[in-house]
Ligand binder design. Structure first.
Ligand SMILES: Cc1cc2nc3c(=O)[nH]c(=O)nc-3n(C[C@H](O)[C@H](O)[C@H](O)COP(=O)(O)OP(=O)(O)OC[C@H]3O[C@@H](n4cnc5c(N)ncnc54)[C@H](O)[C@@H]3O)c2cc1C
Length: 807
């Protein structure tokens, strides 16, 4: 008995020693928090102003839920998809449709090397350059979703026109003026931008500073100078920029440079920081006009520079008070543009590739079969369909979130990275399926230019490797984590008492959060997440996905905490780990968007294979990313322990099944409402042009296939003799079949039309020997089979469509 009492006493004492420091705040702070705070201060690199501004930019929304370990799915599903107003829909059906008919990628690229002047004029007159400018300033005042629909549709027709329209509506003078401009600047410039009287560009990139844009060496010194006959305060600016889209034709140059005030004319500080100004390109000293040729794309892009150019202070966006606030302005405004422009244009490109490749795979026959029926081709078609479904879902959800007033800095980065990467996968698959048809350039090739120019999307608005390795998790983990930003702020706090209190509060809440995620991840792993609560009103076939994704979210939250706790600031340099953790977050977002879309679309049973494939593919990729983290954890023991917690019974996620892939591929190679939804919002155009021609050929092929089958059956059964003399072919067999009563005359005519159309679809363009001026005249043998040029040869004769470099 006395032994038991002694043992019990010892146990109570041990628990007291362990627990009391945690429960008595003063003791806890002295024994635990203070030493940890000191250690954190040592290991945490000091945050620069630019890093802090990048981290604090934007809002946290659904990304915070995905990081919480227990996403509130009801919240996501309660978000209604943005819809178009009657006016926006009218614009898409009329102005955008008209603009699409006015351009073709081939002519723009090879004939004009620019948009023709009448197209430039139409864009300006109809307000395409001012879609995001409110009506009060004469703009169209469109929602982010409407803006996205416009850019997506344009990109299914002509990349140059899409880029020309998207740039002024993305991060640039318009967006910056709206948020930070003085009233006078807004009143002067916004109506002019809206009416297309100004063509804007925004110049940040310098030869020395691309990805590391905050390090631009371009500078401006505060000083007095002469302007409009008066002595005024301003800046002498020197800059050297490259890659600037619309730069060569811009009338208004948005310029980022670092401002200095060595004579303290505006305040105490000498190095004021990055500053944004608007400079008319007609201003003396502005050097502009030369062009780059970005992978043969002909949207306007080029360098510009200036040396010691005096600008008055009221050309700084927001005036003198905004000197040095440029980086914050750029970071805050980046979210919306990055979430709309590239995601929309690349989804458009994906729609064009999926619709045309699916049709081509049905029309093109080899080994006496449509190529789309071979398993190898089917596998590529499956990826294309599944990827596009998820991309479009992610595009629509991100635009909707922007329309709700959020500035989703992390989610927009995910949308940009993952939609452009999936677009790259789509175009690669499409090119493989097209074979030589995708390789020979000409008006009938709708894939080649997109394939060539894909790296432009990968590189701009945050190059993808950088975005994946440094931004998504780096920014996401800190921004979206409920406690890390508070802990970091506490380590940087100069008031020691306040720092201790703040750090203590954040740290212990963080520890409770981590302990809960540890237990949840283990419990979900052991139970296969079967007991996770699922929103009541979801499609039954998606029920398990919510449970599985909650499990992945718990695993991400736990492993993120372990990685941040064990590596501290060194995690920033462990880019491979950071990238993989970012991949898990990204795939969770893609899955969220996919499930949200399935509900928003009304749970279409026929679309279900696309949804299922996209979810399984993303879950499998998330699992592979987690494994990559655990296998390479700098502390292998910790990695092995975490593996036991998150995958206690082995790997739960598998690649999408082949049978499911077969269902997806089938949806791409025949007309259906699902195919129309998958490629919804794209421009089809004239039935004689490549896309329209493929649509007709697909319809005829579908109609002809049963007749073909009857012919084959008759040949196999011996009812029809298929042995032919040299020079005779399918028409002869059809004629014999009519004589034998196997098919009717109208069916024979149908077969003939199908063969003729299929032959036109399969043909490629050819040109005269020199491949120079003769590029204008495809189809040497006298006809230009699928050529936009042959459909409207007059365009080559119109004086206003001659090659021009300026609008
Ligand atoms: C067609 C086109 C249009 C453009 N339009 C504009 C415009 O209108 N205005 C403007 O200001 N700029 C514009 N840009 C510039 C664009 O934003 C930059 O090209 C981009 O930021 C990358 O810079 P960089 O090309 O110098 O590559 P670099 O910075 O040299 O990067 C090269 C590679 O290194 C990777 N990398 C760099 N740092 C890291 C890191 N820390 N971790 C991991 N990977 C890293 C990058 O991801 C990239 O893959 C445009 C560029 C192009 C090509």
């Amino acid at each position: 008995m006395s032994l038991f009492v002694a043992w019990l006493g010892a146990l109570i004492a041990l628990v007291a020693i362990l627990v009391v420091p945690f429960t008595v705040p003063a003791l806890r702070r002295a024994l635990i928090t203070r030493p940890l705070l000191l250690r954190f201060r040592r290991v945490m690199p000091r945050m620069s102003q630019t890093e802090r501004e990048a981290l604090e930019a934007g809002t946290v929304g659904w990304d915070g839920e995905l990081f919480s370990g227990r996403p509130a799915w009801d919240q996501l599903l309660a978000i209604p998809r943005s819809t178009l107003t009657a006016e926006e829909q009218h614009f898409l059906d009329h102005e955008v449709e008209t603009l699409c008919t006015m351009v073709s990628d081939w002519e723009t690229t090879n004939v004009h090397k620019d948009l023709p002047p009448r197209v430039w004029q139409y864009i300006k007159d109809q307000g395409f350059l001012g879609m995001i400018i409110p009506k009060a300033f004469g703009g169209l005042g469109f929602s982010a979703y409407a803006h996205s629909q416009v850019v997506m549709k344009l990109c299914t027709r002509c990349a140059t026109v899409a880029v020309t329209v998207l740039v002024p509506n993305s991060l640039g003078p318009g967006e910056l003026l709206l948020h930070y401009g003085t009233d006078a600047q807004k009143r002067h410039y916004l109506p002019r931008l809206a009416r297309g009287e100004e063509i804007p560009c925004f110049a940040l990139t310098n030869p020395q500073a691309g990805s590391d844009a905050a390090a631009i060496p371009d500078w401006g010194v505060v000083c007095e100078g002469d302007h409009d006959g008066k002595r005024v305060l301003g800046l002498r600016v020197t800059w050297d920029k490259r890659y600037i889209t619309l730069g060569p034709v811009a009338t208004l140059l948005g310029l980022a440079f670092r401002a200095y005030d060595p004579r303290h004319l505006v305040g105490e500080r000498q190095d004021l920081g990055i500053t944004c100004a608007l400079i008319p390109t007609s201003h003396p000293g502005v050097e502009i006009g030369r062009r780059h040729m970005p992978l043969n794309a002909v949207f306007q892009n080029g360098p510009n520079s200036g040396h010691d150019v005096f600008i008055p202070m009221d050309w700084v966006i927001g005036g003198a008070p905004m000197l040095g606030k440029g980086w914050r302005m750029l970071m805050e405004s980046l979210a919306a543009g990055r979430g709309i422009s590239l995601p929309s244009s690349n989804t458009g490109m994906g729609k064009l590739a999926v619709r045309t490749t699916g049709a081509y795979a049905r029309v093109r026959r080899q080994f006496n079969m449509p190529i789309g029926r071979f398993e190898g081709v089917e596998e590529a078609l499956t990826r294309m369909g599944g990827n596009l479904y998820a991309m479009d879902a992610t595009r629509a959800l991100t635009a909707t979130i922007v329309d709700r007033g959020e500035k989703p800095s992390v989610l927009s980065g995910i949308a940009k990275l993952h939609i452009t990467e999936r677009a790259r996968d789509i175009i690669n698959d499409a090119m493989d399926i097209a074979g030589g048809k995708g390789i020979c350039m000409g008006p009938s090739n709708v894939l080649g230019a997109a394939y060539m120019q894909m790296p432009v999307s990968i590189t701009v608005e945050g190059a993808n490797i950088l975005t994946r390795s440094l931004i998504i998790f780096g920014q996401g983990a800190i921004r979206c984590h409920p406690y890390v930003l508070r802990e970091m702020a506490a380590t940087q706090e100069r008031d020691r008492r306040r720092a201790l209190l703040d750090f203590d509060r954040a740290l212990f809440a963080h520890l409770r959060f981590a302990a809960r995620n540890f237990l949840r991840a283990l419990a979900l792993g052991l139970t296969g997440s079967h007991f996770v609560r699922v929103p009541v009103d979801v499609a039954p076939e998606t029920h398990r996905y919510y449970q599985q994704l909650t499990r992945l979210s718990s695993s991400l939250a736990l492993i993120s905490d372990v990685a941040m706790g064990s590596l501290g600031g060194a995690l920033k340099r462990k880019e491979k780990l950071s990238a993989r953790l970012g991949d898990v977050l990204s795939q969770l977002y893609v899955c969220s968007a996919t499930l949200w879309r399935f509900e928003q679309d009304g749970r279409q049973p026929a679309d279900a294979p696309l949804m299922h494939w996209a979810i399984w593919d993303a879950m499998f990729k998330a699992q592979s990313a987690l494994e990559g983290v655990l296998d390479n954890f700098p502390n292998p023991m910790l990695g092995a322990l975490m593996r036991r917690v998150v995958f206690p019974l082995g790997r739960p996620y598998v690649m999408p099944a082949d049978e499911l892939g077969h269902e997806v591929a089938k949806l791409l190679i025949e007309p259906s409402a699902t195919r129309d939804r998958l490629t919804g919002g794209m421009f089809i155009g004239d039935p004689e042009e490549p896309v329209g021609l493929l649509e007709r050929a697909l319809a005829l092929t579908m109609a002809a296939e049963p007749v073909e089958r009857r012919l084959s059956d008759a040949i196999r059964s011996g009812a029809l003799d298929a042995r032919l003399p040299p020079g005779k072919g399918a028409p002869e067999i059809a004629a014999r079949a009519v004589s034998a009563g196997v098919i009717s005359e109208s069916e024979a005519a149908l077969l003939a039309s199908q063969r003729e159309l299929a032959a036109r679809v399969v043909r490629v363009d050819d040109f005269a020997q020199d491949l120079g001026t003769s590029l204008l005249v495809p189809g040497e043998q006298g006809e230009a089979p699928m050529s936009a040029a042959s459909a409207s040869p007059r365009v080559f004769a119109e004086p206003d469509t001659m090659p021009m470099s300026a609008p």
